[in-house]
Write a protein that binds this ligand. Structure first.
Ligand code: AMP
Length: 196
């Protein structure tokens, strides 16, 4: 099974992806996690991405396309994967189509988590405050101003991306505002409807 999970920062993509990973025995490919790991390891890609990520801006398309392509080739992705945080732009979606075609792979579904953007900022800020209070791990872009930019990047790019997948008839919209178990059931129903 090969899926894409679309949605703004804080929509619960990570939580839902993790559940799908366990349920279907596939791997979660998060470009944000991959870029953070590359930055930590100090690789050329990581060094290039680090400051861009810290500013809440998008890393150039060719950088993320390359890391996804390499990751998809790894043995653990053979059984299937769920893309989390990729594609974020139409050129990335086009590159993904081309890449999968070249690798002889097919995309099964694109799940779009719909979330009210006006409450998102509040929701993530309270998550950041909780993590701070607990002394939990924080990301370098876990900052209210950077968050605004990340949500803005989503607002700018996502409509064209949704339109792209709608035209390809692969898109399933799910209400991401519902409690986690309900979102999970809605995703299962959407996948079931496509025979997955
Ligand atoms: P995320 O963990 O998905 O919120 O991503 C964190 C940051 O990594 C983003 O704010 C971007 O700077 C960068 N990033 C992750 N995925 C992509 C992508 N598909 N295209 C461009 N930049 C990305």
């Amino acid at each position: 099974m090969r899926l894409i999970l679309l949605g703004p920062p804080g929509a619960g993509k990570g939580t839902q992806a993790q559940r799908l990973v366990e349920k279907h025995g596939i791997v979660q490919l998060s470009t944000g996690d991959m870029l953070r790991a590359a930055a930590k390891a100090g690789t050329p890609i990581g060094l290039r991405a680090k400051d861009i990520m810290a500013r809440g801006e998008l890393v150039p398309d060719e950088v993320v396309v390359t890391i996804v392509s390499d990751r998809v080739d790894e043995a653990d992705a053979r059984n299937g994967f769920i893309l989390d945080g990729f594609p974020r732009t139409v050129p990335q979606a086009v590159a993904l189509d081309r890449m999968l075609k070249e690798k002889g792979l097919k995309l099964d579904a694109v799940i779009d988590l719909k979330v009210d953007l006006s409450i998102l900022q509040e929701r993530i800020e309270s998550r950041i405050a909780d993590a701070k209070a607990r002394g939990g791990p924080l990301r370098s872009d876990d900052d209210p101003e950077i968050l605004k930019k990340r949500i803005e990047a989503y607002r700018t790019q996502n409509p064209a991306l949704v339109d792209y997948y709608q035209r390809l008839d692969t898109l399933k919209s799910v209400d991401g505002m519902a409690p986690i178990p309900e979102v999970a059931s809605a995703i299962d129903r959407a996948l079931g409807a496509t025979g997955l």
